[in-house]
Design a protein around this ligand. Structure first.
Ligand code: HEC
Length: 123
């Protein structure tokens, strides 16, 4: 009796693990499905991405490629010439960023693109 119970719970756990894996894969395949891009905020949604993924190379004093991404004012010029979005999307004609690291997640890129499409508010 006891062994059967253990075997059943193992089976249930395995099934749960497999279904959660499928869920992950689906999330990657259809990123816009559950990627919230409403009312993006520079300070809450955009700047943390730069601090985490970019500013090891683009902070004041490091300034690789003469690019600084420390403040709103630093970021703006790279929006108007399209370089910021082009580089994180890995578009032709731009250096792919973050350099030497995997591309940002599709949802993160969508969030930054949505913030730019909203007029890049300093919020
Ligand atoms: C490991 C260092 C490193 C990291 C991390 C990094 N960059 Fe860069 N970035 C560079 C270098 C070096 C250049 C100059 C490109 C060149 O000429 O090779 C550059 C250039 C750029 C450019 C100009 C691209 C162009 O084609 O004009 C932009 C915009 C940029 N980075 C944004 C970012 C963003 C946004 C991130 C984070 C998502 C990031 N970078 C992460 C090193 C880095």
């Amino acid at each position: 009796m006891k062994l059967t119970a253990i075997l059943w719970s193992l089976l249930v756990m395995t099934a749960l693990m497999i279904s959660s894996c499928y869920y992950d894969v689906e999330e990657e395949l259809y990123p816009s499905g559950n990627c919230d891009t409403e009312n993006m905020s520079f300070s809450q949604d955009v700047m943390p991405v730069f601090n985490q993924n970019c500013n090891i190379c683009h902070a004041t004093g490091v300034e690789q490629g003469n690019i600084i991404l420390d403040t709103y004012e630093d970021v703006l010029p790279h929006l108007t010439n399209g370089a910021l979005l082009g580089s994180i999307r890995h578009d032709n004609g731009f250096e792919p960023m973050p350099q030497g690291q995997p591309q940002l997640s599709a949802c993160t890129i969508e969030k930054i693109a949505a913030w730019i499409a909203d007029g890049a508010p300093n919020n």
